[in-house]
Design a protein around this ligand. Structure first.
Ligand SMILES: Cc1cc2nc3c(=O)[nH]c(=O)nc-3n(C[C@H](O)[C@H](O)[C@H](O)COP(=O)(O)OP(=O)(O)OC[C@H]3O[C@@H](n4cnc5c(N)ncnc54)[C@H](O)[C@@H]3O)c2cc1C
Length: 549
């Protein structure tokens, strides 16, 4: 859908869009906003789906931002971009304001001539972003399961966070039943996983799915230069910098490439992505980069132990295997803090979700959704879910968001018409028959409780470091974060069991040759950029460690 009152510009837009995309998309162009809105309403009534809305900012009846806002109410999943004339500086402020309030996704310069490749690059990008979650595409994996079972949720989450194209089919749907029959499977052991090449797995483990998809689940029996534990942003960066600087590098990841960042719907503060980037896309790119540089990845096996064997550091794996290397980078990050309410824990995957759960957002269409948490992750989740849900309530224990959430997010939340913040509120209970149907909330000041209908609760209330598996030789602080570098010194001296003349290097833990980076490290700044930056520095220090002995 394109709206521009300038007939010459509209003519070129129509020509360029129809020429390149007309075979796969319907291109609707109009010079009048009212006609544009009518067309969008008709499409909605006919069940049509809109991929992209482009609007010129300066039109007589309403501005482009106003048009995009109206369009968004009708078609919330369509990408929205302002059309800009070359050199028109008057649109800068509206763009910045609208981006802050989530009223547009992007902007694009109008084509200046036929075949303007910069214009087409932007349009293809918008369509790709829309098509990834919304258009039919090749499904490498088809999963049949109970929509509200915890294992079905886990499987959807893992496939989506690992960027595997998949389709989910409810076992009680006609499609689900047909699919089961066509692969000669029954509903006795769910979920059933049907692979692109005809193989079928009944209730498989994560490792079995990974192996079936050709992902390596065991390391090679060699001594590596570097073992990286965890493939979040910190681990992926350590893999890229380690491998690119000639270290034979292996990365161990037991859940999903991308770590916490992979569950972020939009990271807007990572350098080089002015319009933001989804955590899953950033992770996919970083994974490919590390793979191209020949880093080995072993998936599905958590590291369960670490010991020194002379100069080697040996990481134990859950299946009893091990990886030997000359240095180790710990990048195991954090995992979500649990609410600890038994009735809600019993409904995890069945309406109760830890994390932003990008994979669940589509299923929230038209539902009443609650998000618990007051930090950026909760704010992002609430804004993202508000695109689909009929209403989202953000439950914040404190009385202000100023200290815990970035200002741009607070503004987006305030601007969203279907998003409410409840301060001083906490969830104390929840119930439902096989899936969540209501929550009990308590006002922390008055103690008053209230039961509200709720289809889903997303919990983002902080996190704990994943360090329970580490040996005592790796010193941790009272919360379990790994202590490194100068923080290990007591009255200027290394810890008593430190065996070397030199003190621990920055990012080095209390066992020489073992480094900790990213969220798992004591004192780290919990950001993607800092996790990546710490890894870049740590790899230089790994070299120093290797060269010194
Ligand atoms: C919803 C959400 C939104 C966010 N948005 C932003 C944002 O907009 N901007 C920003 O800068 N930051 C954001 N953050 C924070 C950012 O994602 C984290 O700071 C960053 O991911 C930390 O990276 P990491 O690699 O240190 O740890 P993690 O991302 O936690 O990755 C650790 C990895 O290690 C793996 N692992 C753990 N234990 C083991 C083991 N024993 N064996 C093998 N593997 C293991 C885990 O499975 C995980 O994949 C957000 C976080 C969340 C949850």
């Amino acid at each position: 859908m394109v709206v521009d009152d300038d007939p010459v510009a509209l003519g070129l837009l129509r020509q360029e869009l129809a020429k390149r995309y007309g075979a796969d998309y319907r291109v609707v162009c109009t010079g009048e906003v009212e006609a544009g809105l009518r067309a969008l309403e008709e499409l909605l009534a006919d069940g049509g789906r809109v991929a992209l809305v482009l609007a010129d900012q300066w039109m007589p009846a309403m501005t482009g931002v106003q048009f995009l806002t109206r369009a968004h109410l009708l078609h919330p999943t369509a990408r929205r971009a302002l059309l800009i004339d070359w050199g028109d500086s008057t649109t800068a402020e509206p763009i910045l304001q609208a981006a802050t309030f989530d009223q547009l996704d992007d902007w694009v310069n109008k084509p200046t001539q036929p075949g303007d490749e910069a214009f087409h690059l932007a349009i293809a990008g918008f369509l790709y972003e829309w098509a990834r979650p919304h258009a039919p595409r090749f499904q490498a994996v088809r999963v049949v399961g109970d929509q509200w079972s915890a294992r079905s949720h886990e499987m959807r989450d893992l496939l989506s966070r690992n960027s595997i194209p998949f389709g989910f089919y409810r076992v009680d749907s006609e499609e689900g039943r047909r699919l089961l029959a066509s692969v000669r499977a029954t509903a006795e052991r769910l979920p059933v996983v049907a692979l692109y090449d005809g193989r079928v797995l009944a209730d498989p483990s994560n490792t079995e799915v990974a192996e079936a998809l050709g992902v390596r689940t065991h390391p090679e029996p060699i001594t590596y230069d570097l073992t990286v534990v965890g493939a979040g942003p910190a681990g992926l960066a350590a893999a890229v910098y380690g491998a690119s600087e000639g270290l034979r590098t292996i990365v161990l990841e037991h859940e999903a490439i991308g770590g916490q960042a992979g569950s972020s719907s939009m990271i807007r503060n990572y350098l080089g992505f002015p319009r933001g980037v989804s955590g899953a896309e950033l992770a996919e790119r970083a994974y490919q980069q590390a793979w191209m540089l020949r880093a080995d990845f072993v998936y599905g096996q958590p590291a369960v132990g670490l010991r020194a064997d002379g100069p080697e550091r040996v990481v134990g794996l859950a299946d009893g295997g091990q990886v030997a290397s000359r240095a180790v980078v710990l990048a195991t990050g954090m995992s979500y803090r649990r609410l600890g309410t038994p009735s809600l824990e019993a409904l995890v995957g069945a309406g109760v979700f830890y994390g932003a759960a990008a994979s669940e957002a589509l299923a929230m269409r038209g539902q009443q959704v609650y998000v618990a948490g007051g930090a950026n992750s909760a704010g992002q989740a609430a804004v993202h879910l508000a695109r689909y849900a009929s209403h989202v309530t953000l439950l914040v224990r404190g009385y202000s968001l100023a200290a815990t959430m970035s200002d741009y997010l607070v503004q987006q939340i305030r601007a969203a018409p279907n998003l409410t913040i409840r301060h001083g509120a906490e969830v104390i209970d929840g119930h439902g028959d096989r899936r969540l149907s209501n929550l009990t909330l308590r006002d922390r000041r008055s103690g008053a409780t209230e039961t509200v209908p709720a289809a889903a609760l997303f919990i983002l209330i902080g996190a704990e470091p994943r360090t329970g598996w580490l040996p005592q030789a790796i010193q941790r602080d009272q919360w379990g974060f790994v202590v490194t570098g100068n923080d290990l010194l007591q009255e200027g001296k290394p810890p008593p069991l430190w065996p070397l003349e030199r003190p621990p290097m920055p990012f080095e833990a209390s066992l020489p040759g073992v480094f900790a980076v990213g969220d798992v490290r004591h004192g780290s700044i919990k950001r993607v950029a800092s996790a990546v930056g710490e890894s870049a520095v740590a790899i230089q220090l790994v070299h120093q460690h290797l060269n010194s002995g």
